[in-house]
Design a protein around this ligand. Structure first.
Ligand code: 3H9
Length: 691
């Protein structure tokens, strides 16, 4: 065996050379991998071997370029040199794939003459998720194998396909049982049968006759999902180039577009997010040996929208749930909503009708909290009332077995106070799901003062199991997400009294990239959340709207009027009248407000609050705040989240504007965070700040 570089070896199985890559954790194409691959190809070609297999150690085939190298200057050799050596080799080269062949990894495999993989292997070009396109010839080779339509789908979604699908479309040539012996056998067969040295670059059979309308139809089909993102469009242009240009010309186009994306802020933001999501799972100070408790059954209190949605998450991954409601009627209604959610998914082909029954079978409804006795994790999801929550936790303390994790789905209340109602505050934790809980990926895990490490790893771990993105935070009103949201709400409310229509404010935030603005969001959530008819005193616009019978989307009238059929929102002159009259009564002067001011007054108090949250140690890292906002509220990922975005705007500029609004408008939310001032004075960034 010859060690070619720190991560690549060359060895011989008699007549077959094996280039073996071992670069944990995911065999990314670091410069020493590229060097080893290039040297291995040269030496193997000059050896007595008759064929060459490229294979990887560890859990996966090459999972792509080494993203950590993107921020530095390029290190030789280029990947293309190694790829050329494979593609132009005079002996058959076979890529042997297990795990995931992703990005640059698949692009390497596409330069082999043949590809074999084990049945669990997967194949994809996920660069679009990093704000990029496959920049090592993948955009020109993949369409030549799969045809333009499938390449468009794979490159713009970034999602991998299975070995079965890869075999069917010709992306791989064989599914093997044992990777190494299967690949070596294939290599020997290629030699024995004189199989041609197939170069994908020379093919165009799958591209001729591509209908030119394909591209615009495809653009239209993904427009809503990819609004604001540059990379999907760039990937489409590359596939167009593959169809319309010679291979080498197409490659040039790919390179130009790749460099363009690499220079821009979107790809930097999306790469930052890739690492941010992974960093959020790491909890400093937690002993390594801390083990989660085994969660075999989950109890959920409350079968309303939240409770039902939460229950679905567990049933979806096969964990039985006991869901408890106050009375049979509410229970029946809640379970009915869960069933109709599943049936809707089934009718769209997302799951089978058998899956609907299996999942419903895992959800056991009851009106007796005694059913929580054998649950390992109990999540309370009743409405936001501290006295109610405390009395529930007192009962849970009586009923639940020792060691069970007792979680509250509160979106703002004090976990320490809730925990004080029990004799085991170490078992109490916040698990704040976002609505709709079966869809939204965000999960804020809230640690109280006494919460045990075991409860924390259990909540974080089970969050991952059910497909959420958990972020750990500390106790404060509204935690990370809602605390920042409240600040935006203050300014949005003020601006409508000053003369900016709710629809205008919503539009500015929509144009920024958020899925909706504060008023559309209030209508969606229900204007009467937290509103009490008996104590309502007409002291806010929201109270006035509720008093006039407006409840938001659910009764077709809120800040907007909703079409009963299409649910399309239209601004309502009557609401504008209510706001105007209220503003006059309050003595607020009306004036013209620019879009820039709307944006700053909505977003800068959030940045300021995010910095305060960080300084108080409520969030562990600036990037955790970004993960919460991207997954919890649909903050546009291509800006990296509020903290990264503020760094991009320039923290000094943001600080200036906060101080400006602080002196002209006033209010605690405009008093500048000392952390921002410190970073402006000393350098650094909010997004890289770590407690
Ligand atoms: C590309 O290829 C561009 C080319 O077209 C052009 C080139 C010229 N680089 O996710 P995990 C780290 S762009 C560096 O927890 P899993 C990750 O940060 C690339 N590091 O494991 C983590 O570190 P830590 C296209 C990477 O089993 C550790 O590995 N490829 C890379 O759940 C484990 O990761 C992609 O976008 C990387 N490429 O999932 C694939 N990948 O332990 C990106 C991972 O310190 N990767 N790390 O937190 C993935 O999708 C998943 O990691 C994978 C494994 C599915 C492979």
């Amino acid at each position: 065996m010859t060690q070619l570089s720190q991560s690549v070896t060359l060895e011989f199985d008699n007549d077959v050379a094996l280039i073996r890559i071992d670069n944990p954790p995911v065999n990314a194409l670091s410069h020493h991998v590229r060097q080893g691959l290039l040297d291995g190809m040269t030496q193997a070609e000059n050896s007595d071997a008759t064929a060459i297999v490229v294979i990887c150690e560890g859990r996966t085939f090459i999972a792509g370029a080494d993203i950590t190298e993107f921020s530095g200057p390029p290190k030789p050799p280029s990947l293309q040199e190694a790829q050329d050596a494979m593609e132009n080799c005079s002996k058959p080269v076979i890529a042997a794939v297990h795990g995931t062949a992703l990005g640059g990894g698949l692009e390497v495999a596409l330069c082999a003459h043949y590809r074999v993989g084990v049945s669990e292997s997967k194949y994809g070009l996920p660069e679009v998720k990093l704000g990029l396109l496959p920049g090592a010839g993948g955009t020109q080779r993949l369409p030549r194998v799969t045809g333009a339509a499938q390449a468009l789908q794979m490159m713009t979604s970034g999602d991998p396909i299975s070995a079965g699908d890869a075999l069917e479309c010709g992306l791989i040539d064989e599914i093997v049982e044992d990777l190494e012996s299967g690949a070596v056998a294939f290599a020997r067969r290629a030699v024995a049968e004189g199989l041609p040295l197939l170069r994908i670059r020379d093919r165009d059979d799958k591209l001729t006759g591509t209908n030119s309308s394909l591209f615009d139809d495809f653009r239209a089909s993904i427009a809503r999902k990819t609004r604001g993102f540059l990379a999907p469009e760039y990937n489409i242009r590359c596939v167009e180039a593959a169809v319309n240009l010679e291979f080498d010309e197409g490659l040039k186009r790919e390179q130009e577009l790749f460099k363009d994306l690499m220079k821009g802020t979107q790809s930097k933001a999306q790469q930052y997010y890739f690492f941010a999501e992974r960093a959020a799972l790491k909890i400093p100070g937690l002993p390594k040996e801390t083990k989660p408790i085994e969660v075999n059954r989950v109890g959920i209190l409350g079968a309303g929208t939240m409770g039902g949605g939460i229950a679905m998450n567990f049933a979806n991954v096969g964990i039985p749930v006991t869901i408890v409601e106050q009375n049979e009627e509410a229970l029946k209604r809640g379970l009915g909503v869960v069933r109709s959610n599943y049936e809707r998914t089934a009718s769209r082909g997302g799951i089978s009708s058998d899956d609907v029954e299996t999942r419903m079978g895992l959800i056991n409804g009851s009106t007796d909290m005694g059913g929580f006795g054998d649950c390992d994790l109990i999540i309370e999801a009743v409405f936001e009332n501290m006295d109610l929550k405390k009395s529930i936790f007192e009962q849970l303390d009586e009923i639940c077995k020792p060691g069970a994790v007792l979680a509250s789905n509160t979106s703002a209340l004090d976990i320490n106070e809730i925990a004080s109602a029990t004799s085991r505050p170490e078992s109490v934790i916040g698990m704040h799901f976002f609505s709709p809980a079966n869809v939204m990926k965000m999960l804020e895990v809230v640690r109280g003062d006494a919460t045990s490490d075991e409860a924390i790893v259990t909540a974080m771990g089970i969050g991952r199991t059910i497909g959420k993105t958990p972020v750990l935070c500390g106790v404060c009103h509204g935690f990370v997400g809602n605390r920042m949201l409240f600040m935006r709400g203050i300014e949005a409310e003020k601006m409508i009294l000053e003369g900016a229509a709710p629809s205008r404010i919503d539009q500015v935030l929509f144009d920024f990239g958020l899925p909706m603005g504060p008023f559309a969001m209030s209508d969606l959530a229900g204007l009467d959340i937290g509103w009490d008819e008996n104590t309502s005193s007409g002291s806010t616009v929201r109270e006035l709207l509720c008093e006039s019978g407006r409840r938001g989307q659910k009764n077709g009238q809120g800040y907007y009027i909703y079409d009963p059929e299409t649910r399309a929102a239209t601004p309502d002159p009557e609401v504008e009248q209510i706001i105007k009259a209220f503003g006059e009564r309050q003595g607020v002067e009306q004036r013209e407000i620019s879009d820039q001011e709307i944006l700053e007054r909505c977003l800068y108090p959030m940045i300021n609050e995010g910095a305060k949250i960080l300084a108080e140690g409520i969030a562990i890292r600036g990037s955790d705040v970004d993960v919460v906002w991207i997954n919890g509220y649909g903050w546009p990922m291509y800006t990296g989240g509020p903290m990264f975005w503020a760094d991009t705007v320039g923290l000094a500029e943001v600080a200036d504007r906060i101080n400006h609004y602080g002196s002209t408008l006033g209010g605690e939310h405009w008093s500048i965070s000392p952390l921002i001032e410190e970073i402006v004075a000393q350098g650094g960034s909010l997004s890289a700040y770590t407690n």
